[in-house]
Design a protein around this ligand. Structure first.
Ligand SMILES: [Zn+2]
Length: 443
C-alpha cells in the first residue's frame, strides 16, 4: 500500500521516534499468571527506530531534534502481529455457510483456489491479501497460496515490494482434489526447487515446503517433500494435522502403516524445528511427545476451529508436553484476519476446556512466541535492540462500550484483556514494516 501520509513517506529513511504506551515481552509468560515478569510495559515512552528500520532503543525522555517524531500519546504500541497460518486465496470464501472441513474444502475452497492459475488474478489476490494483513496489524505471516506456482510467485513478489517477512511455498497436492488443483511429483519438485532458488533467504522471504494435508498428497509426494527438507535444513514446512475427526479417520484409512496422522509426517522427515502444523486438535500423548522432541510448533486457529466445528485445542496439554504454540487466523476457515478477534476466540476455546487464557499468553503467542517458534526472534516479535521495526499503533478503546470499560480498568492485565476482547482492526492507527509506514488509517 502506498503510504497515505506524505509526511511519513518523505521521512521514512530518517530516524523515527514513536511516542506511546509500549508493550512487548522479554520471555514466555507463565500460564495463568496475571502479574507476569515477562511483560515489558513502558507507558508514555519513545520507541526509537534508526535509519535502517531497526529498533534503536526505548526511552522515557523526548529524543533530540535529529529524530522525526510521531506523537501517539494515549495509544498502545505493540510489535506487529505474526499470523502463523493463513490462506491467501481464501479471502474469497471467508464466512461461507454450513460445512465441516472436508465439505468446506470441496464446496467452497477448491473452486476458489482453481482461479489462482491465472497470473493476473494471482497478483491481484496477493496484493489484496497482504494489504489486508497490514490493515489488521499483522506484519509477518506463514501463508498458503495455491497449488499453482504462479500463486506462490505472486505472493513472494508482493511481500518483497512491501518489505514484509513472509514464509510461503507452492501447495503440494497430487490426489483427492479436482482438476486444475493437482500437480504431480516430478513437476512439483521442479517448481519447488525453482521457487527455493529464487526466493528462499532473499530479503525477508523464506520458503516453506507446503503439504496441504496428508490426504491430498501421495506417499511419493510426501517422500519428495521430506527429501527437500533433508537437502536444506533452512527450509520451513507448513501443513495441517488432526483438525477434524472425519479427516483423522480418512488419514488412518489412507496410511494404514502410520501409527497416527502426525506419524505420516514424522516418517517422511517433515517434523523439525521449522515446521508449522495447523490445528493439532486430535492428538494423543505419543503425538505430543513426538512434537516436543521434533521442535515443531502448532498453530492454534480458534476462530476456524469454532467456525468449522472442528474441536477444542488442548493448549495446557501442549505446554505440559513442551511444544511451542502460536496463534493463527486460518482465514478462510477462520472468520477474521484480526489477531485480537482470533485471540478472543482462543480465550473462549480454552474456557470451554475449563482453562483460562491470560492476555499475556495470548499476545505472546501472536508476537514473540511466534517469532521464537519460527527461529526469527532476532528479527521480529518484540522491541529488542536491532530487531526490525515491524510496529503497530492501536487505539486503546473505540466506541462507547470499550471506552467506558477502559476507563474503569485499573490493572495492566485488566486493560490488555479488555483490549484483546473488545478491539479489532478498527482500533489500528498505523502499521510500520521495517520502520516504513505501510498502513495508515484514513483520517
Ligand atoms: Zn488452514
Amino acid at each position: 500500500m502506498t503510504p497515505a501520509n506524505p509526511v511519513t513517506s518523505a521521512t521514512s529513511r530518517s530516524k523515527l521516534a514513536l511516542r506511546g504506551d509500549l508493550l512487548d515481552f522479554t520471555a514466555s509468560p507463565a500460564w495463568g499468571q496475571l502479574d507476569s515478569p515477562a511483560v515489558r510495559f513502558q507507558p508514555d515512552h519513545w520507541l526509537l527506530i534508526d535509519e535502517y528500520g531497526r529498533i534503536a532503543g526505548t526511552q522515557g525522555q523526548e529524543p533530540d531534534a535529529s529524530w522525526t517524531k510521531q506523537d501517539h500519546r494515549g495509544r498502545l504500541i505493540l510489535p506487529g502481529f505474526i499470523d502463523t497460518h493463513v490462506h491467501a486465496p481464501q479471502l474469497d470464501v471467508i464466512a461461507s455457510y454450513g460445512a465441516e472441513l472436508l465439505d468446506w474444502l470441496n464446496t467452497y475452497t477448491f473452486p476458489a483456489e482453481q482461479r489462482y492459475a491465472d497470473p493476473a488474478l494471482a497478483r491481484r489476490g496477493a496484493a489484496r491479501f497482504l494489504d489486508a494483513l497490514l490493515a489488521h496489524g499483522t506484519t509477518s505471516a506463514v501463508v498458503f497460496p495455491t497449488v499453482h506456482k504462479v500463486s506462490a510467485e505472486a505472493l513472494f513478489e508482493a511481500a518483497r515490494s512491501r518489505g514484509m517477512r513472509l514464509i510461503a511455498g507452492k501447495v503440494l497436492m497430487d490426489r483427492h482434489a479436482p482438476d486444475g488443483l493437482r500437480d504431480d511429483v516430478a513437476q512439483a519438485e521442479r517448481d519447488c526447487v525453482d521457487l527455493i532458488q529464487r526466493f528462499h533467504g532473499q530479503e525477508r522471504l523464506a520458503y516453506a515446503v507446503t503439504v496441504r494435508f496428508a490426504p491430498t498428497s501421495t506417499p511419493a509426494q510426501l517422500a519428495m517433500a521430506g527429501a527437500l527438507c533433508r537437502a536444506d535444513a533452512s527450509l520451513y514446512v507448513q501443513t495441517h494435522v488432526a483438525e477434524n475427526r472425519s479427516e483423522v479417520e480418512w488419514v488412518a484409512r489412507l496410511f494404514p502403516a502410520a501409527r497416527s496422522y502426525l506419524d505420516v509426517y514424522a516418517r517422511e522427515g517433515l517434523l523439525h524445528p521449522r515446521a508449522v502444523l495447523a490445528h493439532g486438535i486430535w492428538l494423543d500423548e505419543a503425538d505430543r511427545a513426538v512434537l516436543a522432541e521434533s521442535g515443531a510448533q502448532v498453530a492454534f486457529c480458534p476462530s476456524s476451529n469454532l467456525f468449522l466445528g472442528s474441536g477444542l485445542f488442548d493448549w495446557v496439554g501442549a505446554r505440559a508436553a513442551g511444544f511451542a504454540v502460536s496463534a493463527a487466523s486460518d482465514v478462510g476457515g477462520g472468520t477474521s484476519l484480526s489477531m485480537q478477534r482470533t485471540l478472543a476466540d482462543g480465550y473462549k476455546v480454552q474456557a470451554m476446556a475449563g482453562q483460562r487464557l491470560t492476555a499475556w499468553v495470548a499476545l505472546h503467542a501472536a508476537t514473540r512466541g511466534a517469532a521464537e517458534g519460527l527461529g526469527l526472534q532476532h528479527e521480529i516479535g518484540h522491541f529488542g535492540l536491532g530487531t526490525l521495526a515491524d510496529v503497530c499503533v492501536w487505539d486503546w478503546a473505540r466506541g462507547p462500550v470499550a471506552e467506558a470499560r477502559f476507563e474503569v480498568a485499573r490493572e495492566l492485565h485488566e486493560k490488555l484483556f479488555a483490549w484483546m476482547t473488545l478491539s479489532d482492526e478498527r482500533n489500528l492507527v498505523t502499521s510500520l514494516v521495517a520502520g516504513r509506514t505501510r498502513y495508515q488509517r484514513p483520517t
